[in-house]
Each structure stands twice: as C-alpha cells, then as structure tokens.
Design a protein around this ligand. Structure first.
Ligand code: HEC
Ligand code: HEC
Length: 277
C-alpha cells in the first residue's frame, strides 16, 4: 500500500530518472563481477559448506515464504521451479544472484518480490545451496509437492480458514468475485492465482479536497492525472494536485499473506476453491 501526495510522485519520478541514468553503469559493473565469478555451472559454490546456524535461519525463512511454490526442500513445487537444478543457483555466490531474484521478483511470471535484508538473503542462499549439494549427492527420487496433493485438502476446513484466520473474506466473496473461479482456472493455475494473482487490477481511492473518497479500479496514472473506473462503471479523472490518492497493489496484498499459510492451509483452501464452480 502506498500513499502518494503529488510532490512525492514528482520525487519518485526524479528518482526513476536518476536510476535510468545510473543503472546501466551499475549493471555493467555487476556483469563484470558476475562473469569473473562464473566458473560454469557448479563451480565453487556447489561444494561450499555453510554454518548450521545460517542454514537453519535460511530453512525457516524458506519454509515460510518459498516452500509452497518451490517445495519444502527447494526441489520444485506445484508452481515454482526446482531450485536445486537451476542454472542461476549453480552460478550464485553467497546470494549474489539469488538475492537479485528474491528482491526483484519476476513480475508477470509468478515470482513475487520480497523485501529481505542481506543476512536473510545469505541464509536463504545457504539453505538453497545446501539443498542443492544434497540433491547432487542423491540419485533420482522425486522431490517437491505432487500435483495429486491438490486433491488432499479438506474443503470444509478451507472454507473456515477463508472466512476466519485467512482473512480472505475481507476482500472476496464466494458468491461474487470468486463465484466460478474454479471454472476459470483449474488445478495448478488456480493455485497460482490464489498464491499470486496475475493480471490483477490495482484499486485506487481518490479523496478530493472537498468531497468524499471514491474507490475504483485504477484506470490511468501519471504525474498530473489520476483516473479510475468507479463502481457504476463510469470513468472518472482528477488532476493529481487537486486530490490525495492511495493505490492498493493487489499482488502486494497477496504476497503479504504468503508467510501466514501452512501447507495444510493451502491444500484446504484449494479444496474449498475447487467447490466454487
Ligand atoms: C508464488 C510462488 C513463488 C514464491 C512464493 C516464490 N517463488 Fe521463486 N519462483 C517462482 C516462479 C514461478 C519462478 C520462475 C519465474 C520465471 O519463469 O522466470 C521462480 C524463480 C525463482 C528463482 C530463479 C530460478 C531460475 O533458475 O531462474 C529463484 C532463485 C527463486 N525463485 C527463489 C525463491 C525464493 C528464495 C523464494 C522465497 C523467498 C521464492 N522464490 C518464492 C515462484 C515463486
Ligand atoms: C487485501 C485484499 C485481499 C485479501 C486479504 C485476499 N485477496 Fe485474493 N485477491 C485480491 C485482489 C485485489 C485480487 C485480484 C482480483 C482481480 O484481478 O480481479 C485477488 C485475486 C485472488 C484470486 C484470483 C481470482 C481471479 O478471478 O483471478 C484468488 C483465487 C484469490 N485472490 C484468493 C484469495 C484467498 C484464498 C485469500 C485468503 C487466504 C485471499 N485471496 C486474500 C485481494 C485480496
């Protein structure tokens, strides 16, 4: 959730322009560092071992935030790739590449961004590398969450979670926006939408200097103008300098939920959502 006054927007734009100037230089330095560290897949990083404390801190962070997509052991899950076989992970040195993905996410590809500190990234990297080392030592063996797990949840428990602890009810209704969701998406696609909705429209609340706030789907935004489609379907536009406005990023709202889910919450929710046909 962000709160913009017009002056702040202008500041943000200036910052964006600065980034545009400095980013190419920063990237060039980064690329040079990366290529000097590259010894090809598996070199160096793969055999390194990490302190058990660091690995454990990374493990719990991973279980909370990453496991439902990438599997408990990082070996791939219902919606995220196997990190133990990732080329990027094999080339990572102490989180230099993993950290970039985790902090930036892969917008539009189902990987949310996480605002983690350096020590947290170091822990995650230590855990992922340790899992990779273990996986390299093992032969065969299917890891991660099976698609069949999608059928194992308890729909009634999922419904309770939806209305209660999950807080889903605050934004959704099974008879309105989520009616028929299981017909629109099946199986893994449905789970992906639940964990991290794509193509979601941001909502915005505009408060004119005189008058009551108006909420709707964000239709247009730049330095000077802000527009939305209101509940009656009407397009409404204001000059940013005349109003205050607050944009809710739906994807951010869902990403905040991720650490709260347990595996059984996910499976129960999936069982419940699959009843909404
Ligand atoms: C909502 C599901 C989801 C969550 C949660 C998630 N990821 Fe991902 N992650 C993905 C998907 C999907 C991709 C592949 C994106 C693509 O195709 O570029 C990915 C890609 C990655 C990659 C790059 C792999 C490669 O070879 O390019 C890394 C590293 C990674 N994730 C680490 C993490 C870590 C660490 C966490 C937890 C802090 C995490 N992810 C949480 C879905 C997720
Ligand atoms: C803070 C508000 C908020 C909360 C809380 C929330 N969601 Fe969402 N959710 C959204 C928004 C906004 C979208 C995007 C809707 C759109 O694009 O039409 C969305 C999308 C979805 C979708 C995809 C719907 C579709 O038609 O594509 C599913 C499924 C979903 N949420 C499930 C859940 C579940 C389950 C919970 C509780 C664990 C939850 N959401 C909690 C705001 C929320």
């Amino acid at each position: 959730m962000r709160f913009f006054a017009p002056a702040l927007t202008r500041l943000a734009l200036a910052a964006t322009a600065l980034t545009a100037i400095f980013l190419p230089a920063a990237l060039a330095v980064f690329a040079a560092q990366a290529s000097s560290k590259d010894g090809g897949a598996g070199a160096g990083a793969a055999s390194k071992s990490y302190s058990p404390e660091l690995v454990e801190s990374g493990r719990s962070l991973f279980q909370q935030n990453c496991a439902f997509c990438h599997g408990k052991d990082a070996g791939g899950g219902e919606t995220g790739p196997d990190l133990t076989r990732s080329l990027l992970v094999s080339q990572d040195v102490d989180g230099d590449r993993i950290g970039v993905v985790v902090r930036g996410g892969r917008p539009g590809k189902g990987m949310p961004a996480f605002n983690f500190t350096e020590p947290q990234i170091a822990g995650l990297a230590a855990f992922i590398h340790t899992q990779r080392n273990d996986a390299l030592r093992q032969t065969g063996g299917r890891k991660g969450v099976e698609a069949a797990d999608l059928q194992t949840g308890d729909a009634a428990a999922g419904e309770r979670y939806f209305n209660g602890a999950g807080g889903c009810r605050a934004c959704h209704s099974p008879t309105a926006d989520l009616a028929g969701v299981a017909s629109r998406y099946q199986g893994l696609k449905l789970e992906e939408q639940m964990l991290y909705p794509r193509h979601a429209k941001s909502r915005v609340t505009v408060t004119p200097a005189a008058g009551s706030p108006v909420t709707g789907a964000l239709a247009y935004q730049d330095e000077f103008a802000i527009a939305l489609i209101d509940a009656s379907g009407q397009y409404r536009c204001w000059r940013t300098r005349d109003v205050r406005y607050k944009i809710d990023d739906p994807v951010a709202a869902h990403a905040e939920l991720l650490p709260k889910y347990t595996d059984s919450d996910i499976h129960n929710l999936m069982a419940y959502l699959q009843t909404l046909r």
